[in-house]
Ligand binder design. Structure first.
Ligand SMILES: NC(=O)c1ccc[n+]([C@@H]2O[C@H](COP(=O)([O-])OP(=O)(O)OC[C@H]3O[C@@H](n4cnc5c(N)ncnc54)[C@H](OP(=O)(O)O)[C@@H]3O)[C@@H](O)[C@H]2O)c1
Length: 314
C-alpha cells in the first residue's frame, strides 16, 4: 500500500487526511517514485484553504508538487530511467505521499551528494526565484530590492542575484538578518520607515524589485522607490498585476507563464543541482515533519515565518 495526503473540501489544516491507497503501477511513459522527502510550499496551503481559487473538488485532491526519491517502477516506453535511480520530481501530482507517479519530463537526476531534504526543497521556490530574476533582467551591477528575503524563494533569489553580480537589499525580520548577510544580501527590517531604510542601504537607488511577500507596504514602498513599473515583479499579488502595471509570474496572475518562463524554471534545477554539488549554494531547512503531521507542517508555513524550508518525510 501507499500513503497519500488528500482533502475532500477546502478548509483549515484539519481537512488534510492521511490515507492508505493501493501502490500505483507505472503507466506508459512514466515511473513510480518512492518519495524520500516532499517540499511544503505556501501555495499548497493557499489551495487547500481556498484562498487561491481552483476548480471545484469532485474527488479527493492530492497535495504537493515538489518531491525527491527513488524510482521503483518503470512504465513502457521509458528509456532514460531505471529502477534505483535517485531523482527530483518537479511539478509532481501529489508529492505528499509515499509514492508518486511521474512522467519522464518531470524527472531530474539527483546527484548522490545532495541530500533528500535539499533535493525536495529545490522545486517551486528555487525555480521561481531563478526565473523571476532572469525575467526581470537582474545582472551584474543591478541593485535589486527583494521583499521577503528570508523565505525559501528569497534565500534562493539572494544567492542567484549575488552570484550574478547584483547588490541585493532584502527585507526580513531582524532575527534573520545575520543569515541573509551570509547569503549575500544587505538586510533591512520591514515595517514603518521601510523606504528610508532602503534609501540608506542603496544610496544609488533601486533598479529592480522582486516581491515575494505581496503586502501593501511592499508594493507601496516599491512604487515610491522605482518609477518604472516595468522593473517591478510580484510572485504573490498576480491577480492585481495588470491593474498595478507590474510583472507577475503565477501568484494568481490569470496570464499563464510563457514558454520561455517555463523553460527558465526547468533550467533552474540543473543550475542549482550543479551549484549544490560544488558546495556553492545553500538551502536552509527549517523543519521536517513525518507525513502524519502534515497539518502541523501547514500551520508552520501559514504562520508566515517558517525560517527556511518545511519538508515532509514519508
Ligand atoms: N508566483 C509563484 O510562482 C510563486 C512561487 C513560489 C512562491 N510564491 C509565493 O511567494 C511567497 C513566498 O514564498 P516562500 O516559499 O518564500 O515562503 P516562506 O518560505 O514561507 O517565507 C515567507 C516569508 O515571508 C516573510 N514575511 C512574513 N510577513 C512579512 C511581512 N509583513 N513583510 C515582509 N515579509 C514578511 C517572512 O520573513 P520573516 O520570517 O523574516 O518575517 C518569511 O521569510 C508566498 O506567498 C508564495 O505563495 C509564488
Amino acid at each position: 500500500m501507499a500513503t497519500v495526503v488528500q482533502y475532500e473540501r477546502f478548509g483549515g489544516p484539519e481537512v488534510l487526511e492521511v490515507v492508505e491507497v493501493p501502490t500505483p503501477d507505472a503507466p506508459p511513459g512514466a515511473v513510480v517514485v518512492a518519495v524520500k522527502a516532499a517540499g511544503v510550499n505556501p501555495i499548497d496551503a493557499k489551495l487547500r484553504s481556498g484562498a487561491r481559487a481552483s476548480s471545484e473538488i469532485t474527488e479527493p485532491r492530492r497535495v504537493g508538487s515538489d518531491a525527491a526519491g527513488v524510482v521503483v517502477d518503470v512504465g513502457d516506453r521509458v528509456s532514460d530511467w531505471s529502477i534505483g535511480d535517485e531523482v527530483v520530481v518537479r511539478n509532481a501530482d501529489g508529492a505528499y505521499a509515499s509514492h508518486v507517479v511521474a512522467r519522464e519530463d518531470q524527472l531530474v537526476r539527483k546527484p548522490a551528494s545532495v541530500s533528500w531534504e535539499v533535493a525536495a526543497a529545490i522545486g517551486v521556490p528555487v525555480s521561481t526565484a531563478y526565473q523571476a530574476l532572469r525575467s526581470l533582467g537582474v545582472t551584474d551591477g543591478t541593485t535589486l530590492l527583494l521583499h521577503g528575503g528570508s523565505g525559501s524563494v528569497g534565500r534562493a533569489a539572494i544567492q542567484f542575484a549575488h552570484r550574478w553580480g547584483a547588490t541585493v537589499i532584502a527585507t526580513a525580520a531582524e532575527n534573520n538578518h545575520e543569515r541573509l548577510r551570509e547569503l549575500g544580501a544587505i538586510p533591512v527590517a520591514y515595517g514603518g520607515g521601510l523606504a528610508d531604510r532602503i534609501r540608506a542601504a542603496a544610496p544609488g537607488g533601486i533598479d529592480r524589485v522582486l516581491d515575494a511577500v505581496g503586502t501593501g507596504e511592499a508594493l507601496e514602498t516599491s512604487f515610491e522607490l522605482v518609477a518604472d513599473r516595468d522593473h517591478i515583479g510580484t510572485l504573490v499579488v498576480g491577480a492585481r498585476a495588470a491593474e498595478l502595471g507590474i510583472h507577475a509570474w503565477s501568484g494568481g496572475n490569470p496570464v499563464p507563464l510563457t514558454a520561455e518562463e517555463r523553460r527558465l524554471r526547468a533550467e533552474a534545477y540543473d543550475v542549482v543541482l550543479d551549484l549544490l554539488e560544488r558546495g556553492e549554494f545553500q538551502i536552509d531547512i527549517a523543519r521536517s515533519f513525518p507525513l502524519a503531521e502534515v497539518a502541523e507542517a501547514h500551520r508552520l508555513v501559514e504562520g508566515g515565518h517558517p525560517g527556511g524550508k518545511v519538508l515532509l518525510i514519508p
